[in-house]
Design a binder for this molecule. Structure first.
Ligand code: EPZ
Length: 417
């Protein structure tokens, strides 16, 4: 298992381009199954989670070829409708393939995603919605066996929680269903809008993505298209945290500032100056950050849960007390114990984490336990005195493309061993 050695206290400088969004690429790759022809996806990040999605597409009999950040997929030769347990275990979010496989082949057989590093990942909202659309679903021995011999029908679906994955599975299932589907209390994340943009370019009729109510008029046939994946707003927030904690001034290129509207105010509260020009965002940070009073994670457009860990790292050295409330996932504070090994002073009580800023962090051997936790430890290590050894790099590589190279290109000293 590879590790990263980070020499802290390096000032960062210069420009860095933000990768394509993992959480947009994955549902779009799954939904490409609906089109029996070729799609070309540009700005697709080179990540292990994307590799897993490619593996699943190939297992299903689809073609998938990567050329740097361009992915060419074609589900014309699709011949299976199941995903092996091993692949489901590799990536919980493979559940996003359920709707696409079912809509395309009228059956789907997947295992329950099971819990993951950040807590149980229930899929009750996904299954309830698919049943409303006419799917017969049996759940036994951890396997979900779905059939829709007469295809799927449009339905009125009210989500009890604006689940991102459930919203995506419904959109994908409804795109070629018979009749109209309405989703109320839908997730509003930008990745939902990107999925809808891709499918509409393929001929789908999806209205209102990004709003709380989405209407999908089922269409017979969808044809592949060219699509540019949106930038990754969580990677952008992570790079901003890296600049903030090291008192640096950097410019992020290829961002969509409106996707960061819930995040930017916290960097400004911490004393950073943020300026946006088109698709560039410059952040210039004070020598010592101020604490951020209260960060509550919420569904979009609220503060994103995926940015909680990296932003928490930034507050470890701030002057004062910062409070985080994690409202989305049950156990998304596993990075706290490891941050403490670097000298951070954080107390967790249920959903609440209280960070008392300290004067200095010192390098140590730490271990990443999940994707955003890995990013959090990396951010903190950039400002720690001495060398930090970060284990569990496989988690980082699920969501951050060549991150050590990216950080070194703006002045960090990160070595992979
Ligand atoms: C997506 O996960 C993202 N993953 C997550 O990013 C992100 O944290 C999450 O949305 C919230 O924004 C991808 O897009 C691949 P949810 P998802 O369904 O779809 C509960 C990362 O770090 N829930 O919105 O699984 C669930 O338990 C990853 O990039 C149900 O109760 O998130 C959770 O508490 C981590 N029943 C909450 O809703 C369901 O049927 C949010 O889950 C579905 C979800």
């Amino acid at each position: 298992m590879s590790k990263l050695l980070i020499e802290g206290k390096k000032q960062l400088y210069g420009d860095v381009c933000v990768q394509g969004a993992k959480n947009s690429a994955l549902p779009i790759l799954a939904s490409s199954i609906l089109c029996g022809s070729e799609s070309v996806l540009h700005n697709c990040p080179n990540l292990s989670d994307v590799d897993t999605a490619i593996k699943i597409l190939r297992y299903l009999g689809c073609k998938a070829k990567r050329q740097d950040n361009v992915l060419t997929v074609n589900s014309d030769g699709m011949s299976r409708s199941d995903i092996p347990v091993s692949m489901m275990r590799e990536m919980r979010s493979s559940i996003i393939f359920l709707g696409a496989i079912l809509a395309r082949t009228k059956r789907a057989r997947l295992s329950f995603p099971g819990g993951c590093e950040i807590g149980p990942r229930p899929i009750d909202l996904h299954l309830k919605a698919l049943r409303q659309m006419g799917a017969e679903i049996e759940e036994h021995h951890g396997i979900i066996d779905c059939t829709a011999p007469f295809g799927l029908n449009g339905a009125k679906i009210a989500l009890s929680f604006p689940s991102v994955g459930a919203t995506e599975n419904i959109i994908i299932s409804a795109a070629t269903a018979k009749g109209t589907t309405t989703i109320t209390n839908a997730a509003r994340e930008p990745e939902i809008s990107d999925l809808a943009d891709y499918l509409n370019s393929c001929g789908a009729k999806i209205y209102g993505a990004g709003e709380g109510t989405i209407i999908i008029d089922g269409t017979e046939k969808l044809n592949g298209c060219q699509h540019f994946i949106i930038p990754d707003r969580i990677v952008a927030a992570t790079l901003m945290s890296a600049a903030a904690i090291t008192g640096s001034h950097i410019t992020l290129r290829n961002i969509i500032a409106s996707h960061l509207e819930a995040v930017i105010p916290f960097f400004e509260e911490a004393g950073c100056e943020i300026s946006v020009k088109g698709t560039d965002l410059s952040i210039s940070s004070p020598h010592r950050l101020k604490a951020v009073k209260m960060v509550r994670t919420m569904p979009y457009p609220g503060f994103p849960t995926d940015a909680q860990a990296p932003v928490m790292a930034m507050t470890c050295l701030a002057n004062g007390t910062s409070v985080f409330v994690e409202n989305i996932f049950e156990s998304r504070y596993r990075h706290v114990g490891e941050l403490a090994r670097l000298g951070a002073n954080i107390k967790v009580e249920g959903k609440v984490a209280v960070v008392e800023g300290v004067k200095a962090l010192s390098g140590a051997a730490v271990e990443a336990l999940d994707l955003r936790g890995a990013a959090s430890l990396l951010v903190a290590s950039l400002a720690a005195e001495g060398i930090t050894e970060l284990d569990g790099v496989k988690y980082l590589e699920r969501g951050y493309e060549g991150f050590e190279t990216v950080l070194n290109s703006i002045g960090a000293a990160v070595k992979k061993i």
